[in-house]
Design a protein around this ligand. Structure first.
Ligand code: SF4
Length: 167
């Protein structure tokens, strides 16, 4: 007789950071500290540089994206993430609204001239974009940084969707 329990399929997670201070990542790891026992049974972190050195870009159930999009390279990476993710969640004000990472969008002409060489050096986009200006998003968690309770509520709602077979 086979005594092995059938393990429920884990939810495949990606966590990605673009132009930002990465405080949402800190908040996520703090929430994880409190929930690691449930999360290790529930989640398969496919791609999360903050948690592991070897990362895989393949099919994900949920991709969390923090930070604003400041270059064409970042926009291409975000599009690739979108292609691999069933759900994409923008986390933190920079991802949701562009600000505060998008401060240069509001520079006057003189300030703009002073940073032109940097934009050229880093192949930056003329304007910094919020995530939804590049790809469609399924949910957003605002805040600078995000509120841990809001994050947990939205994570739990997504888990319930996956477990209920709605995704
Ligand atoms: S939203 Fe605020 S806290 Fe979050 S990455 Fe941007 S600057 Fe940092």
């Amino acid at each position: 007789m086979d005594n092995q329990e059938t393990q429920p399929k884990k939810i495949r997670i990606g966590w990605f950071s673009f132009s930002c201070c990465e405080d949402n990542t800190i908040v996520m790891t703090e929430v994880m500290n409190d929930h690691w026992q449930e999360w290790k049974k529930l989640f398969d972190f496919r791609h999360a540089r903050v948690l592991k050195s070897v990362n895989t870009m393949d099919e994900m159930d949920i991709a969390f994206v923090e930070g604003a999009i400041a270059s064409d390279k970042q926009a291409q990476e975000l599009k690739e993430i979108r292609q691999h993710a069933k759900k994409l969640v923008a986390v933190g004000a920079c991802a949701v609204m562009g600000m505060p990472s998008a401060q240069r969008n509001y520079f006057n002409e003189d300030q703009q001239k002073q940073i032109d060489f940097l934009l050229a050096r880093f192949s930056a986009l003329p304007k910094v974009l919020k995530v939804s200006e590049v790809v469609p998003i399924d949910a957003e968690i605002p805040g600078c940084p995000m509120d841990p309770n809001d994050f947990l509520t939205k994570v739990n709602a997504l888990v319930a969707e996956f477990q209920g077979g709605k995704v």
